[in-house]
Design a protein around this ligand. Structure first.
Ligand code: PBG
Length: 323
């Protein structure tokens, strides 16, 4: 035998020497849930270790993350049912929970990178990402709401705005609104290929944002399709996106790789709530070891993602799992 691949695995030093991909704290974006109130920290039952924080507590949480070298956060609001309406007006109302949270984070921790989520669902009485009329999701009318929401986020201090709604033309529309209002420096992380997935369940529990009727299949992508992601990515590039995201992550590693190989923008992967719940449940039951977390996160890096939105972000640093 001339070739013995095991020679390159014979010691820890050599294994480290030839390691092709690494996971760094700078690859991680930590999604955080917020609620109204003071000193609130309630665990999401389907996501052990993940909480809904009131704004004061959010600041404490972010402070402890920054100390660990975790510098990027994606914030999602749980909105009281009474504040929801058909047009998600609560999403851009002055003084609303979400805008107060962004302002507070940027005031106390200007160095933290705040990613904000633009979509109607947490504020929509229909639980959809667009305006619903006779059971249909209106595209162009929804863009107007998304534009107002994005502008409010930019004014509150968002560093990166991440539209997660999958309406057509939203990146171009939002880019235009931001630029016209002097926010040319605010980045757009597009949910480029967001699939109509069963893996969002725990997130919808956390926010109470599940659709009241129907599903999201007329706007989110069919899990069976890969080439369609290329069309979405092409449009996002043309419309001015700064990042392309694939969501969920694990069941769509091929899509991450596909976008990585065909486009030059940085690729983000969203390791969603259901993927987190799956791994946590197995670890809690003793069915999987904790090293399954790093193995999962490395798979995103290997597929070509530079950024990973993951609920595991804080724990991997706290527990030193990156080593
Ligand atoms: C909706 C949105 C969803 C997630 C982020 N933004 C879910 C959905 O489409 O219903 C899911 C994130 C996760 O599951 O962790 N705008």
């Amino acid at each position: 035998m001339l070739q013995r691949p095991r020679r390159n695995r014979k010691s820890a030093v050599i294994r480290d020497m030839i390691q092709e991909t690494h996971l760094l704290p700078s690859n991680l974006i930590f999604p955080l849930f917020i609620v109204e109130g003071e000193n609130q920290k309630t665990e999401v039952s389907s996501m052990p270790g993940i909480y809904r924080h009131s704004v004061d507590n959010l600041l404490r949480e972010i402070e402890s993350c920054l100390k660990l070298g975790l510098n990027a956060f994606d914030i999602f609001p749980a909105v009281e049912e009474s504040l929801k309406d058909k047009f998600a007006t609560e999403s851009y109302r002055e003084g609303t929970l979400y805008l107060r949270a962004i302002e507070a984070v940027k005031k106390y921790f200007p160095e933290a990178c705040v990613v904000t989520d633009v979509a109607m669902d947490p504020y929509s009485s229909d639980g959809h990402d667009g305006i619903v009329e006779n059971g249909e999701i209106l595209n162009d009318e929804t863009l107007v709401v998304l534009g107002k929401m994005a502008l409010a986020h930019a004014q509150a201090g968002a560093d990166i705005i991440a539209p997660s709604d999958m309406m057509d033309g939203r990146i171009g529309y939002i880019r235009n609104v931001l630029d016209e209002n002097g926010f040319t420096h605010v980045s757009l992380m597009s949910y480029t290929a967001k699939y109509a997935s069963s893996f969002y369940g725990p997130f919808r529990d956390a926010l109470g944002s599940a659709p009241k009727k129907g599903d999201k299949k007329t706007y989110q992508m069919n899990p069976a399709n890969a080439r369609e992601a290329l069309i979405e990515a092409q449009l996002d590039v043309e419309e001015g996106a700064d990042f392309l995201m694939v969501k969920p992550g694990l069941p769509y590693l091929d899509i991450i790789k596909l976008l990585h190989d065909n486009f030059d923008l940085p690729i983000a992967a969203y390791n969603v709530s259901g993927e987190y719940a799956m791994i946590k449940a197995a670890i809690q039951n003793g069915w999987l070891q904790e090293s399954a977390i790093l193995e999962t996160l490395l798979s995103f890096r290997r597929a070509g993602a530079t950024s990973i939105l993951t609920y595991h972000a804080k724990e991997v640093l706290e527990k030193g799992l990156l080593k």
